[in-house]
Design a protein around this ligand. Sequence first.
Ligand SMILES: *Cc1c(COP(=O)(O)O)cnc(C)c1O
Length: 464
Amino acid sequence: MTRIDKPEKIPSVHRLLNDPNGVELVCEFGAPLVTRSVRTVLAKARAQVLAGTTIEYASLVKALSEKVSHTVTPSLRPVINLTGTVLHTNLGRAALPESAIKAMVDVARGASNLEFDLETGKRGDRHKHAEDLLCYLTGAEAALVVNNNAAAVLLTLSSLAKRKEVPVSRGELIEIGGAFRMPDIMAQAGCKLMEVGTTNRTNGTDFELAIGPRTAFLMKVHASNFEIRGFTKSLSEKALAEIAHRHKLPLVTDLGSGTLIDLENHHLPHETTVAEALRAGADLVTFSGDKLLGGPQAGIVAGRRDLIKKLKRNPLTRAMRPDKLTLAALEAVLSLHTNPSRLAMESPTLRLLMRDYADIAQLAARMAATVQEHCEGFEVIATPVQSQIGSGALPSDSLASVALKITVPGKRRPGKALIKLAKAFRGLPIPVIGRITDDALWFDMRCLEDEGSFIKNLKELTLA
Ligand SMILES: *Cc1c(COP(=O)(O)O)cnc(C)c1O
C-alpha cells in the first residue's frame, strides 16, 4: 500500500503509464489517450492531497482505468423510460418501428440513391423520397422534410414573411420548451409579429384589423403544452382560413405534434390531423416527425405546391436538409400509416399509447414483487397513476396506467434515500428513469415492454 499524503509523493506520469495496468491500457487505447487520462487523474489527486486528503496508489490505478473507459464509452445510450411520459423529449421522443430501424440500417451500410434518379441515371432530388407518401396521407399537393419542426417553422417564416407582418393570436404565442418561443423564431426569421386579440379571447375582427398591406400570411399555432380554460374564444382553422383567403393571404398552421391518423379510432382523445387542418383551409401545415407520428426527428411542411416551391428555393433549406437515415426511417413510418391495423401493432408510439390497462396492471403486479426483492428497506407497491402522452400533444389528456410506487417506510423525510435510490437505478447497465414526487419514487409501467431484460438488468442494482 503506497499512501500519498504529500504533493511530493504523487507519482509521475511515466510511473502510471509503465505500471502493468497502464501498459495494458496503452496497448488497447493508444498512448495519447492514456497519457491525457493520466494527467487528468494526477491533477485531481494533487488537488485532493493539497486539500488534506490521503489517497492510495491503487486508487489512482483504478481511477485511470475508469477515466479511460469513460472516455471511450459512448455517452449516448439506451435507457428504460418509466417516467410515464410516452413521448419524452429528454429521452429521445418516439421509439421507431422495426421496419424503420431496418430501413436505416440498410441505407447506412452502403451507397443509396439519396440524390440519384434511377430512372434517368442523372442527379436526383433528396426531397422527393418521402413526398409522394406524405401527399397521399395528408391530401397535400406537396411536402418538404427538414430536420425538425422548429426548422420547418423558421423556414416557412423566412421564405414567405421576411420583412413582412404575421398576425398571431396572443393566446398562441407559446414557448414549447428547449427555448423554442414563437416570438423569438419570428424575430430570427426577420418577420414582424402582430399580436392579435387578448390572452384568453381572439375573434375574427381582431384578425381583420391586424391585416394590412405588409401582411404575409395569417398564422395559427397549436397551443401544445398548455390550455387556457374559462372565458375563452379562439378561431377555428376554418374561420381563420376564410378571413385569410378573403384577403388573398395564405393561412399557415403550426400543428406541433401533427398526427396523420384519427386517434379516436384507436380509443385515444382526438387530435387535429394534418389532413383535417388542410381540409379546413390551411395552405401550409408544419409538424414534427418524432411526436405522434412516431418517426425520426424531422420537421414536415405540407400544403400548396407554389408555397413549398418558395421554401425549397430558400438557401436555408440546404442548411436544414434531412440526412439519409432520417429519410429512410420516415419513409418506413409513413408507409406503415397506409395500413392502420399494422400501424397500431408495429408503431411503438401508438402501441404504448393504446396499451391496455389490464395488461399494464398485471405487469406492474409482477414487477412490484421483483423490484421489491432488490430494494431492501423500501416498500414497492403497484399503484394506479395517469401517464402522459408528452411532447405537447394533448396536454390535459392523460392515460390510466399503473406504476411501482417506492417509498421508505418509517422515514418522515425520505427525500435523500429516494434520490439515492433513483441514482442507483440510473446507474444500471441500462439506466432506468423514473420520477420522484409525493415522497415516493415512481416507475410507470406503461412503456416497459421488454420484461426479461428489465429483470436481468435489475440484478446489477447496488444499494450502497
Ligand atoms: C414541438 C413543437 C414544435 C417544435 O418541434 P420540434 O420537432 O421539436 O422542433 C413547434 N411548434 C409546436 C406547436 C410544437 O408543439
